[in-house]
Design a binder for this molecule. Structure first.
Ligand code: F6P
Length: 324
């Protein structure tokens, strides 16, 4: 125990590239503000179990460029129950933890809000490849995931063109079509299928056939994992309809979650980590750091949890405009 203000930091939910950069920023900004830091292992699960370790400036050396999270992560069912939260608060009190910084996605912000409602000074930092968190233009990890998708689709396009094939590529994103829509624009897809709009099978078929008739050497179709048609079903449908192109499919899967964070994600994570600590130093809490315009601002956790981030339909339509 120490007399210094002690802040805990944890990562929770699906890992996202740049989480380590955020952990490092929190640890070092805290030291600069004369605070003590306890790293919490395994997310909220570790909070319940009291898995805490001192995290000084040297302990976070060499992690800025690493994907994943050195604190490990979890999706804790126990923490969703009042009993789990009570146990976690007890462990925090025993360790003399005065505040907690939660780095994670939508579900993690729910957890942060639950603690904040019980009197714990809590700050959220949005990190998720899905970019489905309200209150920030972009979350940590999304840019890296988009670059990973772009690299994969570029490679798939090479082979698609060589064989005149239609490629169905499935992106992650849970209930959000953000990654699929953005991939559609930056990778030149014919069409994207997302959870936010019903999939019209006839439209997909017409788009593929039209691309063939216009002399295209390939057709790229991006299917978000949450859309209302599975990628294998879609592949079978296009094959059976005999639309000109032969079909292949690739489910990108967890490759989208790994890898060294891009320059953008390192910068965003560093800025948000520093701002989170500054918030505590200023006496602000129950907020999440959010990128608004060019600045990192604060948005109340209540607002974050109470709203749904919408996918830009402007980009969705842009895919169609550009697929000529
Ligand atoms: O939230 C990040 C995410 O990668 C989603 O895109 C995906 O639906 C989910 O996590 C996969 O979770 P898991 O790693 O538990 O399979």
């Amino acid at each position: 125990m120490t007399d210094k203000f002690t802040v805990g930091v944890l990562t929770s939910g699906g890992d996202a590239p740049g989480m380590n950069a955020a952990i490092r920023a929190v640890a070092r900004a805290a030291q600069a503000n004369n605070m003590n830091v306890l790293g919490v292992a395994h997310g909220f699960e570790g909070l319940i179990n009291g898995e805490f370790k001192q995290m000084g400036a040297r302990d976070v050396g060499g992690i800025l460029q690493r994907g994943g999270t050195v604190l490990w992560t979890s999706r804790s069912k126990r923490f969703q129950e009042p009993g789990g939260q009570r146990e976690a608060i007890r462990k925090m009190n025993e360790a003399g933890m005065d505040a907690l910084i939660v780095i994670g996605g939508e579900g993690s912000m729910n957890g942060a809000l639950a603690l904040s409602k019980q009197g714990i000074k809590t700050i959220g930092i949005p990190a998720s490849i899905d970019n489905d968190i309200y209150g920030t233009n972009i979350a940590i990890g999304t840019d890296t995931a988009m670059n990973t998708i772009m690299d994969a689709v570029d490679k798939l396009r090479d082979t698609a063109s060589s064989h005149q094939r239609a490629f169905l590529i499935e992106t992650m994103g849970r209930n959000s079509g953000y990654l699929a829509v953005m991939a559609g624009v930056i990778c030149g897809a014919e069409i994207v299928l997302i959870p936010e709009t019903p999939v019209v099978r006839e439209e997909v078929a017409a788009t593929v056939e039209d691309a063939y008739k216009r002399g295209k050497t390939h057709a790229i179709i991006i299917n978000a994992e949450g859309s209302d048609i599975s990628t294998p079903d879609l592949a079978q449908m296009i094959d059976e309809m005999d639309l000109g192109f032969k079909t292949r499919m690739t489910i990108l899967g967890h490759i989208q979650r790994g890898g060294s964070p891009t320059a953008y994600d390192r910068l965003l994570a560093s800025r948000m980590g520093v701002r989170a600590v500054e918030a505590l130093a200023e006496g602000t809490h129950s907020v999440m750091t959010g990128l608004k315009g060019k600045g990192v601002d604060f948005v109340s956790l209540e607002e974050v949890v109470g709203n749904k981030r919408q996918v830009s339909m402007e980009y969705y339509h842009m895919v169609k405009t550009l697929a000529r």
